[in-house]
Design a protein around this ligand. Structure first.
Ligand code: XIL
Length: 391
């Protein structure tokens, strides 16, 4: 091991010398160098975990909640998966079943009908196992039904949105820990005022659709924590910086106009080996959010491994390091109350479809492997919970 490390280090120095001598830092050279540094650095971490407690127990010991997103079909067709979820999680979030229309059992199959059967069964499962549930999501530019375009127009859009939120939120009133009321409303590249995304809702209702959604949700379930959820807030890049700024401004606007918003959800779809992680900047952003009186949830964490080594041991170390670095930073902020990963097991992850590896090897973004065994990422999460200050 030591020898391998030294020879990698030598490669690194040689690499550095070459880079310095040619004086030009091409992007992909820098990237591969970064991955290499990360691999060496992570080789020195032990990821040791003390005791046999589950993630659910370790989180609870600090006043935190750990949970996962899960699809109906996977939950009820794989008993091993269901058992591990019941053991390790204090919360679930239906990955599809509370969006307007995903898969073959959509929530709102026609303009006038709602089908709660799938989500109801998931909520029942969570109650049986003493877990909480999050609702995801009421307003999003994706997962809109096929009938949406021909049915919803400027005249009836407010009515459609209001009816949707009233019906769905009332159905689960008193049973939901929190709702992602609005999902992904910022997209700087769309070039709209205040960085707002050019979504169907924005086109139909203007930017007040956000306030409207929160007000209707608050009325329909005064107990649920109402969340604004977004991604791309994680790294020290100009894009993420601009998005953090736009999100802060959006939250400030909503707070100042009295919109009933209670929390920010940061999705945290991370990239393994990305050295643009800047703990201090992220920490500052979270303090700024907390200073507005908002709670924070890490809502959809996973770690992409597209560019990481083929070797599974090496790859898993880099992925675990990303979990540990991110969580040790964010859990330092007492306003963070929950951590959810976007799935439990590598067998069921949206990334195998949405961010496959170029070599087509199975992706490994989650804390459990395809056979439901704990991975190093599990250790990293456990360690971060164990080291977190108590809420
Ligand atoms: C993803 C699901 O995981 C996929 O299965 C689905 O088809 C598309 O959506 N941000 C979100 C989630 O807020 O709803 C997305 O979930 C992942 C990105």
């Amino acid at each position: 091991m030591y020898k391998r490390l030294m020879s990698r280090r030598r490669t690194l120095w040689l690499g550095l010398g070459t880079l310095a001598s040619i004086g030009a830092l091409f992007k992909n050279q820098v990237m591969s160098w970064n991955n290499q540094t990360q691999a060496i650095e992570t080789a020195n971490r032990d990821f040791k975990v003390v005791g046999g407690a589950s993630l659910k127990q370790r989180a609870a010991a600090k006043g935190l909640i750990y949970g996962v997103a899960i699809r109906y079909h996977n939950l009820f067709s794989n008993q091993k998966l269901a058992a591990v979820i019941a053991q390790e999680c204090g919360m679930i979030v239906p990955e599809w079943e509370l969006k307007w229309h995903v898969g073959n059992k959509p929530l709102r199959p026609t303009p006038d009908t709602f089908d709660f059967s799938a989500a109801d069964r998931m909520v029942k499962f969570s109650r049986t196992h003493k877990m909480q549930v999050r609702g995801h999501t009421l307003v999003w530019h994706e997962s809109l039904p096929p009938w949406f375009g021909e049915t919803v127009n400027r005249q009836n859009a407010e009515q459609f949105l209001t009816k949707h939120i009233q019906t769905v939120v009332r159905h689960y009133a008193g049973q939901m820990h929190s709702w992602d009321v609005v999902n992904e409303a910022i997209e700087i590249d769309d070039g709209k005022p205040r960085g707002l995304r050019n979504t169907p809702w924005w086109q139909l209702l203007g930017e007040n659709y956000i306030d409207l959604a929160f007000r209707v949700a608050a009325e329909a379930d005064p107990k649920a924590l109402l969340v604004y959820n977004d991604y791309g807030l994680d790294y020290d890049t100009p894009e993420d910086e601009a998005k953090r700024t736009a999100v802060l401004k959006l939250l400030e606007r909503l707070k100042s106009q009295g919109t009933p918003i209670h929390a920010l959800g940061t999705q945290a779809h991370l990239s393994g080996g990305d050295n643009r992680f800047h703990p201090r900047k992220l920490r500052k952003f979270l303090s700024d959010v907390a200073d507005m009186g908002l709670k924070i949830l890490i809502t959809e964490m996973d770690v992409k491994d597209r560019t990481l080594p083929v070797n599974i041991q090496e790859r898993d170390r880099i992925i675990a390091a990303a979990y540990e670095d991110f969580l040790s930073t964010v859990l330092d902020e007492p306003a963070v109350i929950a951590v959810l990963t976007w799935g439990l097991s590598d067998r069921y992850t949206w990334l195998s479809e949405f961010r496959p590896r170029p070599d087509r090897l199975p992706v490994r973004p989650l804390p459990f492997d395809a056979d439901m065994n704990r991975k190093l990422a599990w250790n990293a999460i456990a360690r971060a919970f164990d080291q977190a200050p108590k809420r």
